[in-house]
Design a protein around this ligand. Structure first.
Ligand code: B12
Length: 220
């Protein structure tokens, strides 16, 4: 995908990017399409950083710009479902050492739109706090957003602790974020991995639906 929006984002042309987003939203363009083009731009900024063409300053500028795009897009994505219609509870966190939150926050919005109750613990979250929150909230899902390799061990630590306390099997655990792969899922002991927030939402919806079907058939 190579669009004007993606190109202008990579070049950090803030005014051009924001005016295009506003114009396209006014014309009724699909906000998720705009989002995907922005996400692609962020991947390419990441490549430039890796190749030492860009430095931390550019990463920061791109992050701020993407946030501004999201602020324009989010109100157009749809209605946040209100209480009384809760499909399930999910805790989201970016674990200790990692402060990336753009992907986690879009996932939180999409889940709320589908009627999930979202407990967004934020970034740089201590593993023990996550374990405590799982005990307290007893969610159906726990979602880790991971953008740094150094997060794999602390995420595994959380899951190991949940196993030790016997509550691991009471919830499904998802992991996502640009650097994650199925191998990461296996290593940390999660149930599902994706680099696409919509796939994560779909997984949660299908899991909840399967649970309801089992209950209706007289199962657990
Ligand atoms: C923007 C950015 C930053 C910003 C973050 C701003 C913010 N508020 O989040 C800032 C400047 C803070 C930053 C800092 C750093 N960054 Co940085 N950053 C990026 C960049 C360019 C984009 C990330 C992003 O937001 N993408 C857009 C979002 C929407 O995509 P996403 O997160 O993948 O989320 C989507 C899906 O994955 C999914 N998803 C995400 N989470 C979850 C969770 C679940 C449960 C599910 C189901 C789905 C899901 O949903 C989203 C929508 O589809 C990436 C490059 C890349 N390829 O990702 C590097 C990148 C992640 N950063 C990197 C690095 C090295 C750093 C620094 C260490 C740099 C430094 N020297 O200080 C610091 C680390 C700071 C820290 N302690 O966390 C590396 C990581 C390498 C590695 N393997 O560990 C990357 C990959 C760049 C690179 N190629 O080298 N960064």
């Amino acid at each position: 995908m190579s669009t004007r929006l993606t190109k202008n984002l990579i070049e950090l042309e803030r005014d051009l990017v924001l005016s295009e987003v506003k114009e396209r939203l006014n014309q009724g363009d699909d906000p998720m399409k705009i989002f995907e083009e922005g996400k692609r731009g962020m991947e390419l900024v990441g490549e430039k950083y890796k190749n030492k063409e860009y430095f931390l300053a550019e990463l920061m500028l791109s992050g701020d710009l993407f946030k501004e795009i999201m602020e324009l897009i989010e109100p157009q994505l749809g209605e946040i479902k209100t209480e009384g219609n809760v499909k399930g509870k999910i805790i989201l966190a970016t674990i200790q050492g990692d402060i990336h939150d753009l992907g986690k926050d879009i996932l939180a919005t999409l889940l709320k739109m589908e009627g999930f109750e979202v407990y967004n613990l934020g970034v740089d979250v201590n593993p023990d706090i996550i374990v405590e929150k799982v005990k307290e909230i007893q969610p159906d899902f726990l979602g880790f957003s991971s953008l740094l390799t150094i997060t794999f061990d602390p995420m595994k630590e959380v899951i190991d602790k949940l196993k030790e306390t016997g509550i691991r099997d009471k919830l499904k655990i998802l992991v996502g974020g640009g650097i994650t792969t199925p191998l990461v899922k296996d290593y940390i002991g999660a149930d599902f991995q994706t680099i696409d927030a919509m796939e994560g939402v779909q997984y949660c919806l299908e899991t909840v639906k399967a649970k309801v079907t089992i209950k209706a058939r007289g199962g657990i």
